[in-house]
Ligand binder design. Structure first.
Ligand code: IVH
Length: 698
């Protein structure tokens, strides 16, 4: 595309008010610059084939910026200068997807693949088994909404039905076109779905930068991509090198554009629109070709620029995709071949002991950094003393480390044949590495514990826990800030956070006015919105997780009632055993904890659970009953669980004798067999719904 000739008027822009005809020339020039910059962006970032030098690009960019400053009325909302972002966003809003964003069914071997394919063949016998195959990217799924070619929304997958709006952050990703490339016409509506990933090489750079800034390192590129995309600070998001790769479509209204008829055609169209697509995507004819493709991706896994965890096969014909449709969880026309965890060998240099929020000491192996599937691993958890003994891990050993998805790397085994003769068994320290106090290990327990309530490590971890999603879920208060606040002695308990003022926050290194104000605002919002269950779970009482906290909140309704409850009163609740009850009572008896709770109360952070009629009704057939959901239901499982919880049920995750009901959907798997063998009552979805109805009528 050629730029319109530079109008003379432009050379005189600063001189005087431009005449109307000059206006239109300026406007044209600005439009042309916007389009041209977008094209070069794409050539550079997506196609890896720049046509002009960086300097020429910068000059064009500077010209547009200057014109926009002078003629703000002509600034396009889709200008690439907007990619530079503007400060902090107030918070992430959620938005419903027009059509649900499904996950994929996983297969782990070729037998499972054949079963999956047989079901497809039975459902659409006349459709040729032709597939579009590509690698499965391990990033963050994102939907981009284009109306008449312009990017109008970007929504994360979220729970599939609704996700977080990250339009401003998405605009900072240079492989996301702000408007579709080409001359049009464009579809009236096109939802482009794909994955936001961070290339392995960029991941290493991003972590090096975080290390230099004293920030917590990202565990893997997936977390890095998710963390960057969801962060509220658009400026910070801009510094993170993220890439978007398009692989499927949501809703589309093609208007005057020819609709796409195959997945391959759709991928090609995406490319002409300016998107990058997953590397090495191709058509495969028949099941055998799919298998060879999957094997070639598996063999070349290390060589991909981004982290991948499998391969995906999708029926190529879009009409057949539509005919096959979806189960409650995933499409019937696409499947993911999942690869197992990746392993590598390295040397264990040291064993460090870390102190958790409950004072539990965890040994951590420090390793000579090694790439495990493209991610550099330099430490791995050893869980506890028994684990170190069982694996006989010694300093100096050569070990096999493994990473599976998001899981923290672990040591699989020691290579005994490589053990240096000088290696001696490791001995657990008898003092806490953070405070120097003696540590103890109770009989029958695997963990060593530091009991010192003023241990700085325990304090830090418990405050981080309070702020995290397991507690009040306070957005924008990173652990590096908590670390600074604890180190300075200003914050000793989570309650102290709520007394911080903007003014004193400004005294901390790297704290700006905007950040301080957001910080205080986030705490205020958290204070106002805290629920009893979240507050309780945030306190980090030993054995009281999120589920137990919900149960306690539903039963006791107020903090005062919980604080005063005796072991007998607590163990009345199904789901609260003597160990948990004891731990709750002893937490509230502790002097330091009482002081902290008084502070919370005086700050007005003393939540009450709204009384829920259904949950209150102890005659309800669901009240306090343990439910487990398995298999595919006609509604998302999370929704069914929420309905049950609202009616007073307790949701558990494994089958045991204590389970009251197993609700089994389609393809229930081994949980159903186990429940039957234990004589547990099994409900189908209809029976479960009937039970809920029955309760409502009461
Ligand atoms: S196609 C109807 N292709 O993996 C769903 N998905 O475990 C069509 N994913 O969140 C999706 N790489 O978003 C497709 N090459 C690829 C993919 C891919 C990663 C994501 C997908 C989903 C998750 C499922």
């Amino acid at each position: 595309m050629l730029l319109p000739p530079e109008p003379d008027a432009l050379l005189r822009v600063a001189a005087s008010e431009p005449a109307p005809e000059e206006d239109s020339a300026v406007h044209d020039r600005m439009d042309a610059l916007v389009r041209e910059l977008e094209r070069h962006n794409r050539l550079y970032h997506t196609l890896d084939a720049p046509e002009i030098s960086d300097e020429a690009y910068d000059a064009m960019f500077a010209e547009l910026t200057a014109l926009e400053r002078q003629y703000p009325q002509f600034r396009s909302p889709h200008s690439p200068t907007l990619r530079v972002g503007g400060g902090l966003l107030p918070g992430l809003k959620t938005q419903a997807h027009r059509t649900r964003m499904y996950g994929l069914e996983d297969v782990f071997n070729m037998d499972e693949w054949h079963d999956f394919a047989q079901r497809m063949i039975r459902a659409v016998p006349e459709t040729p088994m032709v597939f579009w195959c590509d690698p499965k990217l391990d990033g963050l799924a994102l939907e981009l909404v284009y109306e008449n070619g312009l990017l109008v929304s970007a929504i994360t997958r979220g729970n599939g039905e609704e996700g977080e709006v990250v339009l401003e952050q998405a605009r900072t990703i240079r492989t996301i076109p702000l408007h579709l490339a080409g001359e049009g016409p464009f579809p009236e509506l096109l939802e482009v779905r794909g994955e936001v990933v961070m290339y392995k090489e960029h991941f290493a750079e991003a972590n090096a930068m975080r290390e230099a800034l004293g920030q917590k390192l990202f565990a893997n590129p997936r977390n890095a991509a998710a963390g960057c995309l969801r962060q509220l600070d658009v400026q910070a998001a801009r510094r993170m090198p993220l890439t978007f790769l398009a692989y499927s479509m949501g809703a589309a209204v093609w208007g005057s554009c020819p609709p796409r008829t195959s997945h391959a055609d759709l991928m090609h169209y995406f490319e002409t629109c300016g998107f990058a697509t997953p590397p090495g995507g191709k058509i495969c004819h028949g099941l055998g070709e799919v298998e060879s493709y999957v094997e070639s991706v598996r063999a070349g896994r290390e060589g991909y620029a981004m982290q991948i965890d499998g391969a995906v096969a999708k029926v190529n014909d879009l009409a057949a995709q539509q005919a096959l449709g979806f189960t409650a969880r995933s499409p019937r026309f696409a499947v993911a071949f999942k690869f197992p965890a990746e392993q590598a060998m390295t040397i264990l240099q040291a064993i460090e002991v870390q102190v958790g929020r409950t004072g539990v000491l965890t040994p951590v192996a420090k390793l000579v950094p090694v790439s495990v599937g493209g991610v550099t691993v330099s430490s791995a958890t050893l869980h506890n003393e028994d684990e170190v003994r069982a694996k006989d891990v010694r300093i100096g050993d050569t070990v096999v480390v493994q990473r599976a998805g998001d899981v923290i790397p672990e040591i699989v085994r020691v290579c005994m044949e490589k053990r240096p003769p000088s290696a001696v068994p490791w001995v657990f320290p008898d003092t806490c590495p953070a405070c120097g106090e003696h540590v103890h290990r109770e009989q029958g327990q695997s963990a060593w514990i530091c009991d010192n309530i003023s241990c700085p490590a325990v304090r830090l971890r418990s405050i981080i826990h309070f702020v995290s999603s397991a507690g009040l879920d306070i957005q924008g208060i990173g652990s590096q800030w908590i670390e600074q606040l604890v180190q300075s002695g200003r914050v000793k308990t989570p309650a102290d956070l709520f007394t911080l003022t903007e003014k004193e926050l400004l005294g901390y290194e790297r704290m700006g006015k905007q950040l301080a104000s957001n910080f205080v605002q986030a705490l205020e919002t958290a204070r106002e919105e805290a629920t009893l269950a979240r507050f309780l779970s945030g306190l980090g009482i030993h054995h009281v997780g999120e589920q137990a906290a919900r149960l306690l909140a539903q039963h006791f309704h107020t903090m005062d009632a919980i604080v005063q409850a005796s072991c007998e009163e607590l163990t009345v609740l199904p789901g609260v055993g003597p160990k948990m009850a004891e731990s709750i009572v002893s937490f509230f008896a502790g002097h330091a904890n009482r002081e902290m709770l008084e502070k919370f109360r005086s700050l007005g952070l003393w939540p009450e659970e709204k009384e829920n009629d259904a949950a209150e009704d102890s005659n309800s057939p669901l009240q306090g009953r343990r439910f487990l959901f398995t298999g595919t239901l006609s509604i998302p499982r999370g929704e069914a669980q929420r309905m049950a919880e609202k009616a007073g049920a307790v949701i558990v995750s494994s089958v045991s004798k204590k389970l009251d009901y197993l609700v089994a959907g389609d393809k229930p798997g081994s949980k159903l067999d186990k429940a039957r063998s234990l004589g547990i009552e099994v409900l189908d979805e209809q029976a479960f719904m009937a039970m809920l109805e029955e309760q409502k009528e009461k």
